[in-house]
Design a protein around this ligand. Structure first.
Ligand SMILES: Cc1cc2nc3c(=O)[nH]c(=O)nc-3n(C[C@H](O)[C@H](O)[C@H](O)COP(=O)(O)OP(=O)(O)OC[C@H]3O[C@@H](n4cnc5c(N)ncnc54)[C@H](O)[C@@H]3O)c2cc1C
Length: 442
């Protein structure tokens, strides 16, 4: 029996899932492998971290999404190694899977810039477990402040530091400010949640460094209006259980804060490193693999890399940003190229990223947007943000749930998913118990 062309896709995030969907009815056999059994809508993860949405509302089971696509099988497994010469992927549990074409979309992981020990005290927002761990940390801090026996202790529990003022840091800071000033306003008897200090620390000279200067200034104004203190041009040198040490100019300063959240950069993950090693590929400082204009790895025309793991350049030679649209369009392009090759068509045009705009949300009715050079801020930008995020949530049912939830919250300032789960009374969210049971769907 004639075997069909085998397409393997590693990762069911924005890049991988969108590639898989493009193979619907194509005469190929697709295998999508992910270490998680769900697609995660990362742009709404801060809503889980701040108790607005539940994990289930921003995730969709990969099997469910692809259940009607008969030429596609979904496997749960972690890619650990690759033999690019014999065209095989080796999973962490030893399973080996052959491919004819491979699309790698395994994304990135948080970078603590070589200070991995900080992770214990300053969780980042990259997985659903981390989002629920952050939710735990924030809510737990208010509980501890209520029971504090001294003013100093209470201040430390009510001081929240967010390191990194990119889109994620701004979103977290804005949401935290709203939790303190609105959501929890009437919930405590001893403390006043409005006394919480929220400090956003940024190494650069402006917030939202990837946005145009005027929008970055507007975003800073919006976040300050919510009560967030913005500290720029500082370098964090230590994070521990009791706070942050940082350098401002030549001066070293210490801030007592029981809750520190990390919104720094990203770096490649273990499989990305292995792939670069096995293919002798060039990488940049954060480990992204340099790809050809058609998103393939140098010397391996059958291996495509899309999304956060790829270092692809635009027409002017600038690296494309690590955002969802680059991954989505890259995944679609790789699928189209493979299908065209099978039809014997000449090589497709180089990948062209169509930038639909940049958006960042700061709080209720407060956002900034740069859409085809049109700069919006405040309510109009927030409405665009709302619309775009609803559009791209994968499952229709989730879209409806999220819409209803947002509408309700907009009117009431409530946050329905305000549960401390995992382990109820510990200072570190990295207790084994907390990490084992965080994604409970609440
Ligand atoms: C908190 C947060 C907010 C964001 N907000 C925005 C936003 O508002 N707008 C925007 O455009 N972008 C945003 N981004 C960035 C955007 O989410 C990423 O650029 C996008 O997810 C990259 O897509 P990807 O397919 O490369 O990787 P991902 O979507 O991260 O998917 C990678 C997939 O690979 C799987 N995987 C990883 N390693 C392995 C392995 N070894 N074996 C098998 N499977 C593996 C993972 O489980 C995952 O499903 C945000 C990111 C974060 C973390």
């Amino acid at each position: 029996m004639e075997t069909r062309h085998r397409v393997m896709i590693l990762g069911g995030g924005f890049g991988g899932l969108n590639a898989a969907l493009k193979f619907k009815r194509a005469p190929v056999d697709v295998t999508l492998i992910d270490k998680r059994n769900f697609h995660l809508f990362q742009p709404l993860m801060y809503q889980v971290a701040t108790g607005s949405l539940s994990p289930g509302e921003i995730s969709a089971p990969l099997r469910g999404v692809l259940s009607r696509q008969k030429n596609t099988q979904v496997l749960l497994g972690e890619a650990a190694d690759i033999d690019p010469v014999n065209k095989r992927v080796i999973l962490r549990d030893g399973g080996t899977y052959p491919y004819d074409s491979l699309i790698v979309a395994t994304g990135s992981q948080t970078s603590y810039y070589g200070n991995d020990g900080w992770r214990e005290w300053a969780p980042s927002l990259k997985s659903i477990e981390e989002a629920t761990a952050i939710r735990h940390k924030i809510l737990y801090a208010f509980e501890k402040a209520e029971r504090a026996t001294s003013e100093g202790e209470s201040h430390a529990w009510l001081t929240f530091v967010i390191v990194g003022a990119g889109a994620t840091g701004m979103e977290l800071a804005g949401a935290l400010a709203e939790i303190a000033t609105e959501t929890l306003r009437h919930d405590f008897r001893k403390i006043n949640p409005q006394d919480a200090r929220i400090i956003l620390m940024e190494g650069g000279h402006r917030v939202l460094g990837s946005f145009p200067e005027d929008l970055s200034a507007k975003a800073e104004k919006l976040v300050r209006r919510l009560g967030v203190e913005v500290t720029k041009e500082v370098m964090v040198t230590c994070i521990d259980a009791d706070g942050v040490t940082y350098k401002s100019g030549e001066e070293s300063k210490r801030l007592a804060a029981k809750t520190v959240l990390w919104a720094g950069g990203v770096t490649t993950n273990e499989f990305g490193k292995k792939l670069a090693e096995r293919t002798n590929a060039e990488t940049d400082r954060s480990g992204r693999i340099k790809v050809n204009p058609n998103l393939t790895v140098q010397g391996y025309p059958g291996i495509f890399i899309v999304g956060d793991l790829a270092l692809s350049l635009d027409e002017k030679g600038n690296p494309l940003p690590g955002v969802a649209q680059v991954a989505i369009q890259g995944g679609a392009y790789a699928a189209k190229t493979i299908k065209a090759r099978l039809k014997g068509n000449p090589e497709a045009k180089p990948f062209h990223y169509f930038n639909k705009g940049n958006l960042a949300v700061i709080g209720r009715a407060a956002a900034v947007a740069d859409i085809f050079g049109l700069h919006l801020s405040g309510l109009p930008a927030w409405i665009v943000w709302l619309f775009v995020h609803l559009m791209y949530i994968v499952e229709f049912q989730n879209r409806v749930l999220v819409f209803v939830q947002w509408g309700f919250e907009y009117l009431t300032f409530s946050r329905g998913a305000r549960l401390i789960t995992g382990v109820a009374a510990t200072d570190s969210v990295n207790q084994p118990d907390a990490m084992n049971h965080p994604g409970d769907g609440n």
